[in-house]
Design a protein around this ligand. Structure first.
Ligand SMILES: *[C@@H]1O[C@H](CO)[C@@H](O)[C@H](O)[C@H]1NC(C)=O
Ligand SMILES: *[C@@H]1O[C@H](CO)[C@@H](O)[C@H](O)[C@H]1NC(C)=O
Ligand SMILES: *[C@@H]1O[C@H](CO)[C@@H](O)[C@H](O)[C@H]1NC(C)=O
Length: 461
């Protein structure tokens, strides 16, 4: 404290001593070149058309995050002149060697500076932009290309994806492992269908089962769609099969943290493993066990919920809710999940009779930009080279279907599905995708399930 006070006094005395010569901050300040702030190619005095004769401390123009001067007083060894002062105002070459910087969007950056533009750019030592050449998740050119093209859907720039690479998107926003060949070969369950059975042209599960179809979730930067889509489908199915008596929003976090055998939490997981867990162990509600793995943490949070058998296949929780405000730690289970055939009609019939289904989806760069309409994978990213062609496996909840008349008179059939990227993405968190053509493999692996609902779960008369 005393030391500080002394320093302050010294400073005051120095100020008084100097005030006779009026030394200003400007004189004391370091030259603009001493911190590597030297913009070789910029035009400053010229752009502002200012050259002041004599000293004029107001004769400045903005220079990066500071100011530079265009008056004669700046012509000294420690200079705060704008870099083009000598050439523009005095007509002589600058007395300092020009360090080559990099120019970008009308600005110059000193060598070694890094500059991020979307996901992508840094300045190198040689005055050349060394572009990292990565495929960005949001790409203005691609958004424009989709919106200009006649693809039947519109693209948008999502701020939550801005600055991420496509690689980041695939690594942190998806998270379903492709079903193994044995799982793929799981016996398909066939719906009893009359070959000429007529199904409605439009179907929306939320209209048929009001209050029982849960809103789209948000997995954040957690590659755990395996857990999110499973919890989403199971929540709806349990609500429907209990005729609305129970309508739990099940906890993806319970699966992420506790279903760890051969699963990798927010680094991806298998659907068959998730369904096994839901059947054998069961999960609590999202309110009881809220989502906390928002950031893709290297270490998964430990499991905070366990269950034990109470006989007759039912289980009960052995721990309190991780959320201390919630007391109900009821465990919800399902029956074994079943795979549907890839037939469009059979998937429709299953949806109509039993509720939403789970489907895998192969996600390409353009899907991240989806805003509205009927999605089909477009060739716009393909043209930008192999880095833009990467894709990854995701899983979603199909909730309905419909069809739309195109201007040329053709009918475009679609599925409606809930994604898990929040409700600000797509059509309120949902998307529509071409139906009957296995678009992005959406009809390849479709799963249904029954809630385990016993008589005692049902309303008593
Ligand atoms: C400005 O500085 C340069 C280099 O230090 C010197 O040659 C020149 O005479 C100066 N010009 C004026 C007008 O002071
Ligand atoms: C990223 O850099 C590459 C290579 O320079 C460029 O082709 C691409 O357009 C850049 N992406 C964005 C979104 O700026
Ligand atoms: C997209 O959004 C980001 C942040 O929200 C913004 O900085 C960027 O300029 C936008 N890009 C395009 C191409 O619209």
């Amino acid at each position: 404290m005393r030391a500080l006070l002394c320093l302050w006094l010294v400073a005051q005395v120095a100020q008084v001593a100097l005030s006779s010569r009026v030394r200003t901050r400007r004189e004391l300040g370091p030259g603009l070149y001493q911190h590597g702030v030297y913009d070789a190619g910029g035009s400053y005095c010229q752009r502002g058309d200012v050259c002041c004769h004599g000293r004029d401390d107001g004769c400045t123009v903005p220079y990066h995050d500071t100011l530079c001067y265009c008056d004669l007083f700046c012509n000294r060894t420690v200079s705060d002149c704008c870099p083009d002062f000598w050439e523009y105002c005095l007509g002589i070459p600058a007395p300092f060697p020009k360090a080559p910087g990099c120019a970008r969007a009308g600005r110059n950056y000193p060598p070694g500076a890094t500059h991020r533009e979307n996901c992508n750019l840094t300045c190198g030592p040689g005055g050349q932009w060394q572009c990292e050449d990565r495929a960005c998740l949001m790409d203005g050119e691609l958004i424009d290309a989709v919106n200009r093209g006649n693809y039947g859907w519109r693209a948008a720039n999502y701020s939550q994806f801005w600055g991420m690479t496509l690689e980041d998107g695939i690594r942190h926003r998806l998270g379903t492992f492709r079903p193994s060949p044995t799982v793929m070969n799981m016996n398909e369950m066939h719906m009893n269908m009359d070959s000429n059975e007529v199904l409605p042209r439009h179907f929306d599960a939320a209209a048929k089962w009001p209050g029982m179809i849960h809103e789209p979730l948000d997995q954040g930067n957690c590659a755990g769609s395996w857990a999110f889509s499973t919890a989403a489908v199971a929540s709806d199915r349990i609500s429907i099969h209990s005729m609305g008596h129970m309508s739990p929003a099940l906890s993806p976090q319970n699966l992420l943290s506790c279903d760890t055998r051969n699963q990798r939490g927010c680094s991806g997981g298998r659907l068959d493993g998730a369904w096994w867990y839901l059947r054998r162990r069961g999960v609590v509600t999202d309110e009881c066990y809220p989502f906390t793995s928002q950031q893709s943490q290297p270490a998964a949070p430990p499991c905070m919920m366990h269950s034990r058998s109470t006989g007759r296949g039912k289980r009960q929780a052995t721990a309190r809710c991780p959320n201390p405000q919630t007391h109900s730690n009821e465990i919800y289970q399902s029956t074994p999940a079943y795979r549907l055939s890839s037939s469009e009609k059979e998937i429709m019939k299953e949806l109509l009779e039993n509720g939403p289904v789970q489907a895998i989806l192969e996600v390409h760069e353009d899907f991240f930009m989806y805003k509205s309409g009927i999605y089909r994978h477009t060739p716009v990213a393909e043209a930008k080279g192999p880095k833009h062609q990467r894709h990854g496996t995701h899983s979603v909840k199909i909730t309905g279907w419909g069809e739309e008349q195109l201007p040329d008179g053709q009918t475009q059939k679609y599925w409606t599905a809930a994604n898990s990227w929040g409700t600000a993405w797509g059509e309120g968190g949902h998307f529509r995708i071409a139906r009957g053509v296995n678009e992005c493999e959406v009809e390849t692996f479709v799963v249904g399930v029954w809630g385990r609902v016993s008589m005692e779960d049902m309303p008593h008369k």
